[in-house]
Write a protein that binds this ligand. Structure first.
Ligand code: ATP
Length: 242
């Protein structure tokens, strides 16, 4: 019989173990993510960051251990339950934008809002506002093929944030961006999360980007290298919206 997760943890995992086709990726991870925080998961390539985000976000079922979201078990959900949770409560940004090629930028951002039942006008108004925040409003009527990679990634960030999910999972979201755009996109992600009380779980192997987080945790070979640590205040204060 397991203990209940703490009330102020929006996500809580205990003893999670996960292998990919027999290759161990997580070897017993226990972690809590607090409501409204920006948590950075760091570690070298292959250390298990993507797998951890996959398990926390209900994309991957765990082999062992428990995952809880808002005090409800995720590890016992079937595939349909996990898909519903992901659709209704989580947002995702990966290292590749994966936009719908036939749709314009604005239509791509409006799409998840329309799918979740928003009216046409409200969805398109929100999409336009998020494109503006991400500095790509001028490209609202363009299709992905007409845009460069960094513009597509900004649109993908707008699409993830527009439905105001409880938790945004960002797995190496700045990989396609150059330094200046990296900083801008992460600043927007972190400040949007804070101003809308969204929780952001950010995987990165770039130590420079940890300054946008409230706390950080490091992985090595599928294990945590230490407890979750607060990011020094001076660094966190660099981010907008605090
Ligand atoms: N689909 C898969 N099939 C087989 N092995 C996998 C798969 N996905 C991940 N792995 C292995 O699991 C381990 C953890 O990988 P994971 O992608 O979670 O690490 P990561 O820290 O996110 O790496 P990166 O920074 O390169 O994205 C690695 O050994 C990797 O090779």
């Amino acid at each position: 019989m397991s203990a209940a997760p703490p009330d102020n943890d929006v996500l809580w995992a205990r003893g999670i173990v996960k292998s990919h086709h027999g290759t161990p990726a997580l070897r017993g991870i226990s972690i809590g993510v607090r409501e409204g925080e920006v948590l950075a998961v760091t570690g070298p390539r292959g250390s298990g960051k993507s797998t951890l985000l996959g398990c926390l976000s209900a994309l991957l079922p765990v082999d062992e251990g428990e995952v809880w979201f808002n005090s409800a078990p995720v590890h016992t959900l079937n595939r349909t339950g996990r898909e519903r949770l992901r659709r209704d409560r989580f947002g995702f940004v990966g290292s590749e934008p994966h936009l719908v090629p036939e749709l314009t930028a604005r239509e791509n951002v409006a799409l998840p809002l329309l799918l979740s039942g928003a009216g046409h006008k409200a969805a398109y108004t929100a999409a336009a506002e998020w494109l503006e925040r991400l500095d790509v409003a001028d490209h609202a009527k363009r299709r992905p093929a007409e845009l460069i990679q960094s513009q597509r990634q900004r649109i993908a960030v707008a699409r993830a944030l527009a439905p105001l999910p409880s938790v945004v999972f960002a797995d190496d979201p700045t990989a396609p961006l150059h330094r200046e755009a990296k900083d801008q996109v992460l600043r927007i992600l972190a400040s949007a999360a804070r101003s809308h009380q969204l929780t952001l779980v950010l995987a990165t192997h770039d130590p420079e980007l940890v300054k946008y987080a409230d706390r950080t945790v490091a992985l090595l070979d599928g294990r945590l290298t230490g407890p979750v640590a607060p990011v020094p205040r001076g660094a966190a204060a660099l981010t907008a919206g605090r």
